[in-house]
Design a protein around this ligand. Structure first.
Ligand code: GDP
Length: 193
């Protein structure tokens, strides 16, 4: 993958704007502030390629990033964003559900969770939703630099247990600070494109 060849194909506000293409897609989902933008920026060795979920207006858009003409990474707006109205949350739900259940290009979802804590209720709902639709999931546990090594295997066990992790899925311990897990993530993601 040539990481110098990246572009934003579209920030789609609705299904009509999803790109008409045969490129495979890998979606990235997680609650706001989990470290999704940092994950994308670390994967691509960029500082400010993906904007954080606190960016105004970003919460209602699906960002399709074209990676070297090989694959689209689809940045799904973070869930559990406090400052949005009930109506906006419902719109978010319909948009995401529509994308995840109807999009033929979709190959897998990177589901980001915070390695420090038990998965939230929303994290569990998202994971179970993906499993219900038989979508392969790569769980990326973020902010590993904040967890001492002697807690890694325990935290991994708790997260897997709470999610009811499917052993055919992948689990990656990741840090944007140390780049822990970056090479592993690339080798897993590349299988889908
Ligand atoms: P997003 O809302 O999911 O896109 O989250 P961001 O990528 O904007 O990250 C939210 C906050 O967590 C920011 O303050 C980041 O600096 C911090 N953060 C993200 N990833 C890491 C990480 O791997 N380690 C540490 N220590 N902080 C991180």
């Amino acid at each position: 993958v040539n990481l110098n060849n990246l572009s934003l194909t579209i920030s789609a506000a609705s299904e009509k704007q999803w790109p008409v293409t045969k490129l495979p897609e890998i979606a990235l989902a997680g609650r706001s502030n989990v470290g999704k933008s940092s994950f994308i920026n670390t994967m691509f060795n960029r500082k400010n390629f993906a904007r954080t979920s606190s960016t105004p207006g970003k919460t209602q858009l699906l960002n399709f990033y074209n990676i070297d003409g090989l694959v689209h990474f689809v940045d799904v707006p973070g869930y559990g964003y406090a400052r949005v109205s009930k109506k906006e949350r419902e719109h978010w739900g319909e948009m995401i559900e529509g994308y995840l259940t109807k999009r033929e290009n979709l190959q897998a979802v990177v589901s980001l969770v915070d390695f420090r804590h038990e998965p939230t209720h929303d994290d569990v709902l998202m994971y179970q939703f993906l499993k219900y639709y038989h979508i392969p999931v790569i769980v990326v546990a973020t902010k590993a630099d904040k967890v001492t090594r002697n807690r890694w295997s325990g935290n991994e066990s708790v997260i897997k247990k709470v999610l009811q992790f499917d052993s055919t899925d992948e689990f990656i311990v990741f840090s944007s600070e140390t780049k822990q897990g970056r090479d592993q993530a690339w080798s897993i993601l590349e299988k889908y494109f």
